[in-house]
Design a protein around this ligand. Sequence first.
Ligand SMILES: [Zn+2]
Ligand SMILES: [Zn+2]
Length: 375
Amino acid sequence: MTRDNRRRTFPLPAESSTSGGGNVTRSFLKKPRCVKMNDFPLKTVEVVCLGTSVALSGLFYFLYRKKRKTVNRLKEAPRLSLDKSLASILNATPGKCLQYVIIQGRVQPVGEPLRSQFQEGSIGVVQKLVLREHKLVWNSLARTWTDSERILHQRVNTVPFNLVGSDEAAVRVLCPLEASGLDMEIVHEKFHQASYGFTDIIGQYLSGEKPKGQLEMEEMVKVGATLTGVGELFLDTDCTLKLRPPADGSEFFLTPVDFETMQAAQAGQAWMWRALGLACLLAGVAVLLWAARRHYRHLQARREQERLRREFDDLGEGDELPDNACVICMSRARSCVLLDCGHVCCCFQCSQVLLQPICPICRQHINRVVPLYQA
Ligand SMILES: [Zn+2]
Ligand SMILES: [Zn+2]
């Protein structure tokens, strides 16, 4: 049978509506829908949540691995005491270089130290001056004033310095600003309160910004402070010992706390990244489970509908037609009641594919279709 022949056998709804009789109701029929059964439906918001959780857990896992590596490197690193024997150890080492070692010593400047701008008599080797502005900004979304701060000015000064051991053996520290954990001592901190008059207040309400003041701060690594350094130790050509960031990319540390505290802090950070990674992974799994549950329910509803359809099929089978034939298909027995009008005019299959839920006889809205059991 060709395609044209088939078309002639089943008249188009536009033609049939004018020809009258039983064919008029064909225009109520829906076009057959394409239903993909295999695809696993995920809503856009679920895809976004899943993507975010996978990306975040990947990022946290990466950070965890990095931190874990640092913790392991710290565990393996030898602790050397800073004394005269250190130079001979380095001399005996091939390349005159130890890749990752831990040393501790007192800070001593090589030349002139830095002088504090605010505290008389304070001298150091690293100095950080920060001027930070604090203000309240109107948040129109939350309808409250929220704190906001901005660095207006920042300057870091350094001078060359050594870590000195018990018998005045010294190790020069290179690139101290590249080191992690360099918490400096605050030598000066002052908050300058902003003062304003009545017109300023009106201006603030109009602009949505209220200045609170400026915080002036000076931090220093003071001369004489004890620092723990972890990095690459090498004996330079001028016979001085130097500590620098490791060439293999391991983390360089310079910290005022002792080695055990630092190691514990690093292990804690590794643990935190792992916990965050796991939490994100679990969130992703939860999203997947949620989608799977929804999909399962959807399939269950379809199965139930299919079962109902089969039940109606069974009801219609074997009946002698056409004295109670369905007004739509004219082939099966009428097998359902349309509510609320109560008309018994069509089979269940036809009632399910109506374009609009409207009774084909009286055009009243169909709220419910119930099976008709004839005894
Ligand atoms: Zn029918
Ligand atoms: Zn009706």
